[in-house]
Ligand binder design. Sequence first.
Ligand code: BT5
Length: 250
Amino acid sequence: MSAELSAFFRPHFHRQIDSTNSEARRLAATDAAEGALVVAEEQTAGRGSRGRSWSSPAGNLYLSLLLRPDCAPAAAGQLSFVAALALADAVEAWLPQGPRPRLKWPNDVLVDGRKLAGILLESAMHAGRVDWVAVGIGVNLASHPEGATWPATSLAALGARIEPAAALATLARALEARYRQWRAEGFAPIRADWLARTLGQGETVTVALGREQVTGRFDDVDGEGALVLALPDGRRRRIASGDVFFARAA
Ligand code: BT5
């Protein structure tokens, strides 16, 4: 695969790999610079969050971008909102008409209530600062799995045929633009644009946190990207990571 990419990116293309995030982690260990971009046509061990797997047959897009934002650890999670928003920008370009992409906290991209893309952020710290962040993104272009926990979709199923190289060019542009915006202006405009596209704000949601489940009204996302729930007893609870389910169908 080859794609037109700006000078910000140093691409590493693979026909097949275990996981682009694992490769980004290996590159980070060899002191690769920010902008290293691992792209694979197919993954044999694509990963979701919390040990889940990501279905990764050929025909879809799998990439991981290595960033070195030199920020405090608490700010690193903001990059998953940067990535989700960039994906939404790209999906708007791929689907100029019809259903709009919507964002589900923390970083799923849904179209028609179905999951089109997933994001996996991994990072390492050094001396109290963020050393590197790998932003892993999978986009279902040609196919999507049936029977996933959350119903899935693909651009093909939505009527758009986009080749991986063309999808990569669009998404890379959007990622670079949103990352530069975050660096220059901070989290506030990212958070505002993300909230404008989110699903379920003001509604009752249930968040699965490992063995515990919390139900409350989705009030806000705070300055660090945590979900803020208003609980039935009037307390507010801040949640840093978990899986959100809506009371009504999305
Ligand atoms: C995610 O996890 O949504 C993050 C996925 C990140 C994948 C990219 S691909 C490039 C890079 N390299 C990697 O190894 N990973 C990243 P999570 O929210 O945990 O969702 C995983 C769950 O979604 C699974 O348990 C399935 O139920 C479902 N699923 C698996 N494959 C899917 C797919 N292709 N499309 C939609 N849903 C899927």
